[in-house]
Design a protein around this ligand. Structure first.
Ligand code: 6PG
Length: 471
């Protein structure tokens, strides 16, 4: 057997991952459920073909790989992964490693670890980010499983990963579901980043009456400042592209209903389960769901119109304010995402390395940015900080940008412009920074109707209110 590794599933991501592996000097065996796709892949492999063994059957595929075999599965998350594992299991031998590289729900990954326990096979749940380009030329790779298994595949995974100033963006993050959990939170943050960018785009388009090209120039300028990131770059690029059929900016002919495949929603579900607020991410997921209700929104528009036109004060808002507001929102989204990971790390006993996570997100992945380098530094300098916003660097960033976030959210509210993720970020800060909150009233209400009890500021123990029989 000539191959050092195998890839199952030759969709765009799997095919590009296989080419990336071959490109890095490894011999790779490939297999796809539909043989035609495998042949097509082999035919298109070009000069890399020498290092690719295209297999028509799963038996041939397994036989083509030198044991102990690392086998990457890159198929649709969910049921197809279980089917693939079931098909592979009888063909593999002790110490072979099955690596699920899809966007799996980490709870499925945890279950698969348990299922494979005692089978002699090793399992790795691996988050891969970077889209098609990343898969082909260097993704960010988040690995969960036994550290010993990681040690065996580390050379090939670091070889194919993105590099940030020479440092590979691939790391072992913890046992079992750690890699897929971190990938899920990456996607949750990705949702928040994208939503907040869309919100400031909306302010520019609908409030400042700027056209796509003018907005593109703004994003372009921002990409040389603190917001410098892949998502800001592609936003500028996307806004510049014109539709061939109509000659209009392509964004102006695209339907305003966003899809979602689940990772964003899972990140919110998991954060809620652990009682860790992720308001910017929650708002981003909800905004995608609302975006999909087009017919209902059209009805509501007819019924209510667009509010706040009387408050229109053109020129009040300046584009520079939007940049700072977006930065403040970004601080919230990342602080929340990292807080969710910290809680999960405790809950599942992973000991997630926060600075390393930030480091392997600096290149290759969709949320790659200058900002992540600053997060890596913050977690290196203050590894035990309870929340990113309490680290010295991010406290200063927040103090500087908070007034702009406040102004934008207020102006947007007065003008009926939806900015739910930015508003969620602001609400989070304003709640987080207030020592005396309002939950004293909630506690009184709970005690009144359900005798739930409350604590007093001036005495220990549980107390009940003097509701005088009304409660
Ligand atoms: C990445 C992306 C990638 C993909 C997700 C999100 O990190 O490369 O997150 O995994 O875009 O599937 O998809 P949805 O927006 O469709 O939920």
């Amino acid at each position: 057997a000539a191959a050092e590794i195998g890839v199952i599933g030759l969709g765009v991501m799997g095919a590009n991952l296989a080419l990336n592996i071959a490109d890095n000097g490894y011999h790779v065996a490939v297999f796809n459920r539909t043989a035609a796709r495998t042949e097509e892949f082999a035919a298109a492999a070009g000069s890399l073909g020498d290092r690719v063994t295209a297999c028509a059957t799963l038996e041939d595929f397994v036989a083509a790989i030198r044991p102990p075999r690392p086998v990457i599965i890159m198929v649709k998350a969910g049921e197809p992964v279980d089917q693939q594992i079931a098909a592979l299991k009888p063909l593999l031998e002790a110490n072979d490693i099955i690596i699920d590289a899809g966007n799996a729900n980490f709870r499925d990954t945890m279950r698969r670890f348990t299922d494979l326990d005692g089978s002699g096979l090793t399992f790795i749940g691996m988050g891969v980010s970077g889209g098609e380009e990343g898969a082909r030329h260097g993704p960010s790779i988040m690995v969960g499983g036994a550290e010993e298994a990681w040690n065996r595949v580390e050379p090939v995974l670091t070889a194919i990963s993105a590099k940030y100033q020479g440092e590979p963006c691939a790391a072992w993050l913890g046992e079992n579901g750690a890699g897929h959990f971190v990938k899920t939170i990456h996607n949750g943050i990705e949702y928040a980043d994208m939503q907040m960018i869309a919100e400031v785009y909306g302010v520019m388009r609908d409030h400042l009456s700027m056209d796509a090209e003018t907005i593109a120039a703004v994003f372009s300028a921002w990409s040389t400042g603190p917001l410098d990131s892949y998502l800001i770059d592609i936003t500028a690029d996307v806004l510049m592209v014109h539709d061939a059929a109509t000659g209009r900016p392509i964004v102006d002919v695209i339907v305003d209903a966003a899809g979602q495949k689940g990772t964003g929603r899972w990140s919110v579900i998991e954060s809620q389960m652990m009682g860790v607020p992720a308001t910017a991410i929650e708002a981003a997921v909800a905004a995608r769901s609302l975006s999909a209700m087009r017919a209902e929104r059209a009805k509501a528009h007819k019924r209510f119109g667009v509010p706040g036109q009387q408050n229109r004060r053109e020129g009040q808002l300046v584009v520079d304010d939007l940049e700072k507001a977006l930065l403040a929102g970004k601080v919230a989204a990342y602080a929340q995402g990292f807080a969710v990971m910290a809680a999960a790390s405790r809950e599942f006993g992973w000991n997630l390395p926060m600075a390393t996570i930030a480091r392997i997100w600096r290149a290759g992945c969709i949320i790659r940015s200058r900002f992540l380098d600053e997060i890596a530094t913050a977690f290196t300098e203050t590894p035990d900080v309870e929340n990113l916003v309490l680290s010295p660097a991010f406290s200063s960033m927040l103090v500087e940008t908070d007034p702009y976030l406040r102004r934008i959210v207020a102006e947007a509210a007065l003008n009926g412009l939806p900015v739910p993720a930015l508003a969620g970020a602001l609400g989070y800060f304003d709640t987080y920074r207030r020592e005396r909150g309002t939950a004293n009233l909630i506690q009184a209400q709970r005690d009144f109707f359900g005798a739930h009890g409350f604590e007093r500021l001036d005495a220990d123990g549980e107390h009940h209110g003097p509701w005088g029989g009304q409660g």
